[in-house]
Design a protein around this ligand. Structure first.
Ligand code: NAD
Length: 296
């Protein structure tokens, strides 16, 4: 049994903390939202009165927060109070620069702290079912220590490299996802204009070179993949607001590193338009309806 502190008990962090408690760890959590704290309590998590109280006795601290500014502010608050040798793991999706800054803040404490950036893929369903994929950045020793804990919340844990490499892998993957969903959506819209049935295009593309996750798991038209959000009124799934967040992070990183990402930039613009049209809460595959509505 490990003493674990878990800060940020929202849609993702709540079920992740619950899975650690279910696995027999002693989990102490904190969230600014009283409703999230109540839910965590009923899931077997002890709730502390503050972030600092939550981390005092922890051997491992997990944060699952909205964005880089929240992570840096929470880490700045807790670092002076954590025990020597504690491992800090940030599972939020944040910009690479903030992730690297968080590692530096931990190292500067000079108390043998170790740290990992370990964002996840798999959404709320993966958090509840403990089937997330973790992509981790940081020293090998920190990864080896974190791996048995992360594997209680997910089915795959990948060490991507040094500090920030987990966030880098996350935004590169999600840039592929955003671009590929738009590609699949455009193909269905073109197919419709050409008199091709959705099923015929699916049967061909899913077994041909157009095959990809956006088509075969998350098909943006109802019918071919019964479990895809298109069959459920485009309820998320993975909300368009989160897709836009990740595409913006990818663009920030592309700008900072000088990487040319013309399709990533276009995807970010299209998802911004889709979000601004009031679809932030829709599944990101709903962009097909937005594309269909554009003039050719
Ligand atoms: P969420 O908004 O449901 O949860 C974030 C929680 O952090 C909230 O409950 C909020 O009250 C809490 N919080 C904010 N500031 C705090 C502070 N200072 N102290 C304590 N608690 C604080 O968001 P989520 O969907 O759980 O996402 C969390 C992270 O995971 C984000 O970075 C998101 O991009 C990433 N992510 C989400 C999904 C998804 O499908 N929801 C998938 C992959 C990754």
């Amino acid at each position: 049994m490990t003493n674990i502190a878990f800060i940020g008990l929202g849609n993702m962090g709540g079920p992740m903390a619950a899975n650690l408690a279910k696995a027999g760890h002693s989990v102490t959590g904190f969230d600014l939202s009283p409703a999230s704290c109540d839910q965590a309590r009923s899931d077997g998590v002890s709730v502390a009165a503050s972030t600092v109280d939550a981390v005092r006795d922890a051997e491992i601290i997990v944060t699952m927060l909205p964005a880089g500014k929240h992570v840096l502010s929470v880490w700045a608050d807790i670092l002076p109070s954590v025990k020597e040798g504690t491992l800090l793991i940030d599972c939020s999706t944040i910009d690479v620069e903030s992730a690297r800054k968080a590692h530096v803040m931990a190292r500067e404490q000079d108390r043998s702290l170790s740290s990992l950036d370990a964002p996840v893929s798999g959404g709320v369903g993966g958090a509840k079912g403990a089937t997330l994929t973790f992509m981790a950045g940081g020293a090998r020793q920190a990864f080896d220590r974190a791996e048995p804990i992360l594997s209680k919340m997910g089915k795959k844990v990948v060490h991507c490299g040094e500090a920030g490499a987990g966030q880098a892998a996350k935004i590169c993957n999600n840039m592929i996802l955003g671009i590929s969903m738009i590609g699949v959506a455009e193909a269905f819209v073109l197919g419709e204009k050409l008199g091709l049935s959705h099923q015929a295009l699916f049967d061909v593309a899913s077994t041909s070179s157009g095959q990809c996750w956006s088509l075969t798991t998350y098909c943006p038209v109802p019918g071919p993949v019964p479990a895809s959000p298109a069959n459920n009124g485009y309820k998320p799934g993975f909300a368009a607001a989160l897709m836009l967040k990740d595409l913006k992070l990818a663009q920030e990183a592309a700008l900072a590193s000088g990487a040319p990402t013309p399709l990533g930039a276009e995807a970010a613009q299209l998802y911004a338009l889709f979000n601004n049209a009031g679809h932030e809460g829709d599944d990101f595959s709903g962009i097909i309806n937005f594309i269909r509505g554009q003039k050719g």
